[in-house]
Design a protein around this ligand. Structure first.
Ligand code: URA
Length: 234
């Protein structure tokens, strides 16, 4: 079944909840939802979706966009379900598509080093992507692919409730902030999440970019130091 498209830049909450309902997932009543939105409290549909596993079940053997045709494995996301820190990349590459886990290829090895330099392990954080299936040839995911996949990522963020999100690369940064600026302008600053202004996001360069441009590692490290400092304040 195709789910209606949620617009990742507008992040219309009503539309998003309707999407859950149309998929047979019970949510709070509309008036309750409105007060939820006003109070900006936790926007997790209740009572059926209670865990990341429930979101994975909802995703199922997804065929909501064309990426399903060439994928081998859905890369749902992995790590600590109570993580304070979440990293979000663009989409699975070849290794991730083979294994079903995010950031396990060369870029993943570099991401692991970044995480460890920040004083964490991969088990401390949660790692996911904007799209959960590999775009053929590692192309940038198309807007309609992002639209059909992002509700699941939103649900994951709302379930995990991280203190901080790091957007790796421009696809993640622009999708999550709704800001179409360049990475040069987005990086190094905290941004509110497009649909939840109380949640903070740092944009920085993607590890795959760092493999091609090692000089930018210094810049990413500056950004990650800001993230660690902010997390220590919590
Ligand atoms: N690049 C990404 O953006 N995500 C992965 O999981 C792997 C490589």
């Amino acid at each position: 079944m195709m789910l209606p498209m949620a617009n990742p830049t507008h992040h219309n909450y009503e539309e998003y909840m309707t999407l859950w309902e149309e998929h047979g997932i019970e949510t709070s009543t509309r008036s309750k939802r409105q007060s939820l939105r006003k109070s900006k409290s936790r926007q997790v549909p209740s009572p059926k979706i209670k865990s990341l596993e429930d979101i994975r079940t909802w995703l199922g053997e997804c065929k909501r966009c064309g990426l399903c045709e060439e994928r081998n494995k859905i890369v749902f996301g992995s790590g600590n379900s109570n993580a304070k820190l979440m990293f979000i990349g663009e989409g699975p590459g070849a290794e991730e598509d083979k294994t079903g886990f995010p950031f396990v290829g060369r870029a993943g090895t570099l991401l692991t080093k970044i995480i460890e330099a920040m004083g964490f392990t991969r088990e401390d954080v949660y790692i996911a992507n904007i799209v959960k299936c590999r775009p053929p040839g590692n192309r940038v995911p198309a807007p309609e692919e992002i639209e059909s996949c992002v509700p699941f990522l939103k649900a994951q963020i709302e379930m995990i409730q991280p203190k901080m999100i790091v957007a790796l690369g421009l696809t993640a940064a622009s999708t999550l902030t709704g800001n179409d600026s360049t990475m040069g302008l987005l990086r190094g600053r905290f941004h509110p999440l497009a649909w939840d202004s109380k949640r903070s996001l740092m944009a920085t360069y993607h590890p795959a970019y760092l493999l091609r441009n090692p000089a930018a590692k210094k810049i990413v490290w500056e950004d990650m130091k800001l993230v660690v400092k902010q997390l220590k304040g919590h």
